[in-house]
Write a protein that binds this ligand. Structure first.
Ligand code: KG4
Ligand code: ZN
Length: 362
């Protein structure tokens, strides 16, 4: 059993996982405890790194205890500790890394350092998910669309993760990430942080054709989302509203009702169109055998339904609890690293560091 800890941003999470008994390349989750700091950061309209680190310090022992309790085990049953050490907010990462080092050293068990992005990418390999059936060699190469608050990338996964990680990056965002585009557009409309979920909810009642927002670089594989916030801001002004900026709380100047619903639906379809356009292109050009979406934006209901209706290949969509940040996906990536013998040596155990940025291949 592996205890995994995730503190890279504003979710403090601990999970207990183990290789699946019945299937190779599949991981069973026994507990996945997530304490979200969203309420703490809401008044500031975004994550405040120092507030995040301090709260991780208060919560990390509690989420670890709860994860063990829910899994019905004690520290003695653990065979390894896994922790996200890159990329993320440096102070936030350090809290998880320090807690993990302490546990591994005192329990005399291996420590596994996990790249947060590998966690997202391998989340479809968690067992018993509604829209992620067992994955075999027949599903390779797999096109994985990683869409979160900090990343928008298309990868081809050419190997099963218990053997090696063979990832080819095909495209990425040249500026803002898709999640950032959701959050910044939502903020301009006066919706709470993080705005992706609020745009999704309001869009359900809106007309996606009411307004036209840009879908840049249509003839390329790379993405660009930074122009969307200017387009949203201009549209709000044109409609007689005052784009919401931090501290400006005059709600009478912000859109509501049908206009808000239409704006949300139109922004959402612009982002999802950009994502689907690239997915269709890569299916044509690279002939993948399956398609997965991972990361916080894969929780978006329009993106999930369009993937299922438009793609004729097997599609893998993680359960909602595995889309946004969680320790179970870190445990899954660590399980495969352990199977590949990628654990830290005794020396590295105490010198392991945290890094704010990282190459996906490392
Ligand atoms: O993967 P994640 O939890 O954290 C990062 O590693 O960045 O992703 C967070 C992002 C935020 O931008 C959030 O607004 C977005 O995922 N998100 C959504 C939805 N739920 C979360 N975006 C669109 N629709 C959603 N339902
Ligand atoms: Zn993430």
């Amino acid at each position: 059993m592996i205890l995994a800890i995730e503190t890279s941003c504003d979710e403090c999470s601990a999970a207990v996982v183990a290789p699946s008994q019945d299937l190779t390349n599949s991981v069973d989750v026994f507990s996945n405890i997530i304490f979200s700091q969203i309420e703490l950061h809401k008044p500031f309209g975004g994550v405040v790194p120092e507030v995040a680190s301090r709260n991780h310090l208060e919560m990390v022992n509690l989420v670890v205890e709860e994860a063990l309790q829910k899994a019905g085990i004690t520290f003695k049953d653990l065979t390894a500790i896994a922790v996200t050490n890159r990329p993320g907010l440096i102070g936030a990462l350090l809290v998880g890394v320090s807690a993990a080092k302490t546990l591994a050293y005192s329990l005399k068990i291996p420590l596994i350092a996990v790249n947060h992005l590998h966690g997202h990418l391998l989340s479809p390999f968690i067992s018993k998910q509604k829209n992620s059936p067992a994955i075999t060699k027949a599903n390779l190469p797999m096109l994985i669309c990683l869409v979160s608050g900090g990343h928008t990338c298309l990868y081809l996964l050419n190997s099963l993760p218990s053997e090696k990680i063979d990832l080819q990056c095909l495209a990425k965002s040249r500026d803002d990430a898709a999640g950032e585009a959701f959050d910044k557009s939502a903020k301009l409309m006066g919706l709470p942080y993080p705005g992706g979920r609020h745009i999704d909810e309001n869009a359900q009642k809106g007309n996606p054709k009411a307004f036209t927002f840009p879908r840049p670089l249509q003839n390329e594989l790379d993405f660009s989302f930074s122009g969307l916030k200017t387009a949203v801001s201009n549209k709000l002004t044109q409609l007689g509203f005052k784009p919401h900026i931090f501290g400006d709380q005059n709600f009478e100047e912000l859109p509501s009702g049908k206009t808000l619903h239409d704006l949300c639906a139109s922004v959402q379809v612009a982002i999802v169109d950009s994502l689907m356009n690239r997915i269709h292109k890569v299916i044509e050009s690279h002939n993948p055998k399956s398609v997965a979406i991972v990361g916080g934006v894969s929780a978006n209901s329009l993106f999930r339904s369009r993937l299922q209706s438009e793609i004729k290949l097997p599609v893998l969509i993680p359960d909602l609890q595995y889309c946004t940040d969680n320790a179970a996906m870190i445990g899954a990536a660590a399980t495969f690293q352990m199977q590949r013998n990628e654990i830290l040596s005794d020396n590295e155990l105490l010198t392991l560091n945290a890094f704010s940025t990282s190459e996906i291949s490392k």
